[in-house]
Design a protein around this ligand. Structure first.
Ligand SMILES: [Fe+2]
Length: 138
């Protein structure tokens, strides 16, 4: 067990400023936060490796599903910067996939650095990139 302050530092907290205003995207972003927070809890509580591996896999699968939906909606709305946005999604998936590939299923390595990377990426991406698509989604 760790000090509560540290736990809060890694956890992702949803707030109105993160809302894009599109029901599907906002719901999926909240779901990503939930999955990520499960990892944070597992990290601090020393949850079994098998369970951590499962949550990591769920998070990756859900992220891919979410990116597909978001890109489909951007394309439908004629968002002019779709290419660059898609590129960012692909880069994240590549980075995370190489992390997952390094995981030995019997002993996954979940570190503070990996968790803060994912947290910062999600927050920055939503606030800076996803916010720009707001006006293009019907
Ligand atoms: Fe995005």
């Amino acid at each position: 067990m760790s000090e509560p302050g540290v736990e809060q530092e890694l956890a992702l907290v949803w707030s109105e400023r993160l809302q894009i205003g599109h029901p599907i995207i906002d719901r999926q972003h909240k779901q990503l936060f939930d999955l990520y927070n499960q990892l944070v809890n597992a990290f601090y509580e020393g949850t079994g490796q098998q369970q951590i591996y499962q949550v990591v896999t769920d998070l990756v699968t859900y992220t891919q599903h979410h990116f597909r939906d978001e890109e489909r909606l951007m394309a439908k709305g004629g968002y002019p910067e779709l290419k660059g946005h898609r590129q960012q999604h692909q880069e994240l998936i590549q980075q995370v996939s190489s992390f997952v590939a390094d995981i030995d299923e019997s002993a996954p390595v979940l570190t503070y650095e990996v968790l803060s990377f994912v947290k910062c990426w999600l927050l920055e991406h939503i606030l800076e990139q996803d916010m720009k698509i707001k006006a293009w989604l019907g």
